[in-house]
Write a protein that binds this ligand. Structure first.
Ligand SMILES: NC(=O)c1ccc[n+]([C@@H]2O[C@H](COP(=O)([O-])OP(=O)(O)OC[C@H]3O[C@@H](n4cnc5c(N)ncnc54)[C@H](OP(=O)(O)O)[C@@H]3O)[C@@H](O)[C@H]2O)c1
Length: 364
């Protein structure tokens, strides 16, 4: 890499780092960071997008300017916007600042922008360089990009299991398979998500709280998907002071006479089938970029089958639950041949005390 490229990469990596500071808060918006250098290449400002409705990264960087940006350059990990949303277009600010060069890592997949921001900058005589640190930028905003392209939330499936691959005893008891540190790690991990999904049976068996224990404010939306609507009238998820809860039920199979069991503070939405894809679509419309599926084997299998899961995270404890009828993480996919099986890649393995944590995504 030439000396010049090393310098450009350094500043783009700084923009990406700044963007990552909005990791838990920007949804439904992307994670964006911006750096401004003066005409001599010295840092004169930086900023990042914190939350929807608050200034975009570029606007934040202009607000923080210590010196005139005229003749300078900007590094930003996502194409500057050119539309009036909750805040004015960033391209206008860049153009009026007199900046001469803009380094953009990736185009914004949002149809209102999608290359138009870059075009406007070029038409204003600004040199635009696209593609620096592309891989890192795609990775940082993969959920935002996925949601914009598919109109569905990006799904991560998480489960905890014993060394013999069991997620619960045959009577449904599963508290606790993993150690305290792993469970605390899950609380922090939940803060990265906009919603956490379980099925009705996990609610009945485990009565979970499903919060980040205050690591995210507001807490992620808690979602229960039920076919029967046969949910208890007392449940931790009904405590709306902890976090918001949404019950989604399949109106083709549910018994609506159970509806009064759900308190008024809980939102209820009906769908016309038990296809988990409908959940991913509803949550995307509600602005959820990234959602965590913490369901048991039945819903996990259905969610995998309908392509709602893009990544998997597994906690494996050094324990044996045994039992022919104890629960596996999944039900039957009815594979007959080895070429049909699900293959995973991008393995990341870590130790949490005596538990093992494995993160992986699907092979393309
Ligand atoms: N170790 C772990 O990581 C972990 C995590 C979660 C759960 N678990 C354990 O898993 C057990 C529950 O397993 P589960 O498979 O019944 O989980 P679940 O998360 O309750 O999912 C199944 C339920 O989801 C609802 N559902 C909606 N659409 C569905 C569809 N298309 N296909 C299947 N279900 C759909 C149904 O609720 P209704 O019955 O209300 O209609 C169904 O009973 C519990 O014992 C719990 O302790 C373990």
């Amino acid at each position: 890499m030439s000396e010049k490229n090393v310098i450009h990469t350094k500043w783009m990596k700084r923009a990406i780092f700044l963007a990552s500071l909005g990791k838990n808060t920007t949804s439904p918006n992307p994670r964006v960071g911006a750096v401004i250098l003066d005409k001599n290449g010295s840092l004169i400002s930086e900023g990042f997008h914190y939350k929807a409705g608050m200034p975009h990264a570029e606007a934040m960087a202009f607000n923080n300017l210590k010196k005139d940006a005229k003749g300078g350059s900007m590094y930003v990990n996502l194409e500057p916007c050119c539309h009036h949303g909750k805040t004015p277009p960033c391209v206008d600010k860049v153009i009026s600042s007199g900046i001469k060069k803009v380094y953009v890592s990736i185009e914004d997949p949002d149809k209102r922008v999608a290359g138009k921001g870059i075009k406007l900058l070029k038409e204003a005589g600004i040199q635009v360089h696209l593609g620096l640190c592309k891989k890192e930028s795609l990775d940082l905003n993969k959920a935002f990009i996925y949601k914009n392209i598919t109109r569905k939330s990006y799904g991560v499936l998480k489960w905890a299991m014993s060394l013999d691959g069991r997620v619960a005893l045959k009577n449904g008891k599963s508290k606790w398979i993993t150690n305290k540190e792993s469970r605390s790690r899950v609380h922090s991990f939940r803060a990265e998500f906009d919603a956490i999904i379980i099925g009705g049976n996990t609610l009945r068996k485990d009565n979970p709280l499903l919060t980040s224990r205050g690591k995210k404010t507001p807490e992620p939306l808690r979602v229960v998907f039920t076919k029967s609507l046969d949910l208890p009238s007392n449940a931790n998820l009904w405590d709306c002071n902890e976090a918001k809860t949404l019950v989604i039920y399949d109106s083709s199979s549910a018994n609506e006479s159970y509806l009064p069991r759900i308190p008024k503070c809980v939102e209820v939405e009906k769908v016309s089938s038990d296809n988990p894809e409908l959940i991913a679509e509803i949550l995307a419309r509600r602005g959820c970029n990234k959602v965590l599926w913490e369901c048991g084997p039945k819903l996990a299998t259905a969610a995998m089958r309908s392509n709602c899961i893009q990544e998997i995270i597994t906690f494996i404890a050094p324990k044996v639950l045994g039992g022919e009828n104890s629960m596996n993480p999944f039900g039957d996919f009815e594979f007959e041949e080895m070429h049909e099986i699900i293959k995973l890649s991008d393995f990341q393995v870590s130790l949490i005390g005596d538990d093992i944590c494995v993160k992986s995504s699907f092979e393309n």
